[in-house]
Design a protein around this ligand. Structure first.
Ligand SMILES: Nc1ncnc2c1ncn2[C@@H]1O[C@H](COP(=O)(O)OP(=O)(O)OP(=O)(O)O)[C@@H](O)[C@H]1O
Ligand SMILES: [Mg+2]
Length: 256
């Protein structure tokens, strides 16, 4: 069981305060969406959750099952089951996509299930395992022999992020705009892949500007409005439609 609690989180980057008291709690099996205007701090929250060193927490805490993770580095947070799908995935030349996935998979299995379990799978077994996942996100098999994200189109990069999530099966995934740049069919494909990961034990938090991807999810429990560095309103799935119709002004104004 993993409960994530973000409490009164204040974050600075290069002396500028970006997050100004974020409160958010998620439980296993829940699907959350975060929607909010450009520049409101959504990606900052995602980076901070995973421990990006340039973001400085000045107040508040991030707890996993009641324990603070603020002192943990990014790779240590990943080993606790946290995952971030980037808004702008980085191209990593020289690192094979397949090798990257298998190395991450083995490291995570070892961290989450302990060393004594038979978790290491061979290259051949792993490639077999990956085929289903590739198909699910609509990437051809030959992507496995490419370098991580190198030369991937915008949409392919987004599919690659979601593929990483479905392969690694993290406990808590935060996906930063997984739908931006995707073609119309891919939005549905990616939403289905996300739904499969959000099983009873896993939590998924999707940052998005559009209700469209949310409609394709099997379930959506909470929608949060993020503005001026914090969550200012929380509702159910219907809030996403309301925001798309009415914009953010009516919520932001009510707050100030
Ligand atoms: N290094 C920096 N120096 C100064 N300001 C920064 C720096 N990095 C980020 N910011 C500012 O922090 C604010 C929050 O940025 P962030 O990327 O978190 O927004 P966002 O909600 O994800 O927006 P979008 O919807 O456009 O992706 C923005 O105003 C951005 O310009
Ligand atoms: Mg962003």
């Amino acid at each position: 069981m993993v409960v994530l609690e973000i409490k009164d989180l204040h974050v600075k980057r290069e002396s500028k305060e970006i997050l100004k008291g974020v409160n958010l709690k998620t439980g296993p099996g829940e699907v959350h969406a975060i929607m909010g205007p450009n520049g409101s701090g959504k990606s900052t929250l995602a980076y901070t959750l995973l421990g990006h060193p340039k973001y400085q927490v000045t107040q508040g805490d991030i707890l996993l099952d009641g324990e603070s993770i603020l002192d943990l580095k990014a790779h240590e947070r990943a080993k606790k089951g946290l995952f971030l799908g980037f808004q702008y995935p980085t191209e990593v030349s020289g690192v094979g996509f397949s090798h990257f996935l298998r190395t991450s998979y083995n490291a995570l299995s070892k961290a989450l299930h302990g060393e004594d379990r038979e978790v290491f799978i061979t290259v051949r077994e792993f490639q077999k395992y990956l085929k289903g996942n590739l198909k699910q996100v609509g990437l051809p098999d030959e992507f496995l022999s490419r370098y991580l994200n190198e030369g991937f189109s915008g949409g392919e990069k987004k599919r690659s992020e979601v593929l990483q999530m479905s392969v690694l099966k993290p406990k808590i995934s935060m996906l930063d705009e997984p739908d931006s740049g995707l073609d119309i069919d891919a939005v549905q494909t990616v939403a289905q892949a996300i739904s499969e990961v959000s099983t009873k034990d896993a939590t998924v938090i999707i940052i998005t500007h559009y209700a469209r991807i949310l409609k394709f999810l099997k379930k959506l429990d909470f929608v949060h409005v993020f503005a001026n560095g914090k969550v200012i309103k929380t509702g159910d799935a219907s809030l996403a439609d309301e925001l798309e119709k009415k914009g953010y002004d009516w919520v932001v104004k009510k707050q100030s």
